[in-house]
Ligand binder design. Sequence first.
Ligand SMILES: O=C([O-])CC(=O)C(=O)O
Ligand SMILES: [Mg+2]
Length: 244
Amino acid sequence: METNQGGCCMDYTKNYEYGVPVPELIERYKQLYTGAVYDVLDHMGYPHQALATALKPVRQDMMLAGPAFTIKGIPDIKGDEELRTRRIHLFNEMRALGVPLVDTRDCSMDTQAAHYGEMNAVLGKASGVVGAVIDGGCRDTGFLLRDDFPVFCTYQNPVEAYMRWSYYDWQIPIGLRGALTSIVPVHPGDFMFGDLDGVIVVPKAIAVEVLERTEELVATENRARAEFATGADPVQIYKKYGKL
Ligand SMILES: O=C([O-])CC(=O)C(=O)O
Ligand SMILES: [Mg+2]
């Protein structure tokens, strides 16, 4: 089966340069919430960055932030040996990037198998992965919960992927199902941000600007919320902050 070899010889490090170090970007995003990030993107003319409503964390309080390492998988009823053998290399490519990553999988709408599990999480973690967004299924959920490893997926089941679905390629543009559009494109280095409400894809080029604008928005919301909580006249507070 022809693939572009997962870009085995390409240098992807530039996809992970933002002007702010990735660990700082992650820590600052984690202080935010998806609703506020959504509002900022919406006002900037990017209303279609929210992923499908079905994509949820395996535990409600899980939060996920980090740049996408993209993976494309396809239905594979024959268990193509070449694909099976080749996939292990992607973990070394993750490691070589030297930044925290979110394993982000387009499963080609397969709904049969679990496309992610505890072994993937352990190996991913050892290769720099800080969480996963799977537009499909995951299994071994008990392990993931015990390890407090943030995985967002659309369902859980115990069904092995082999002979049903296979990794096909990685570090290529992929498409995950959207809340408002059929597909939200995701490129290597786009910033993935998720909480209980769902997952948002922040295009790489605006990841820092969105962060800064959302920090301002959250500060304003905090002030408005504190004043609303006092029971003072909401009309006056709304006039002052323009937030509700
Ligand atoms: O092997 C798989 O396809 C998924 C899995 O169970 C794991 O990562 O542990
Ligand atoms: Mg497993």
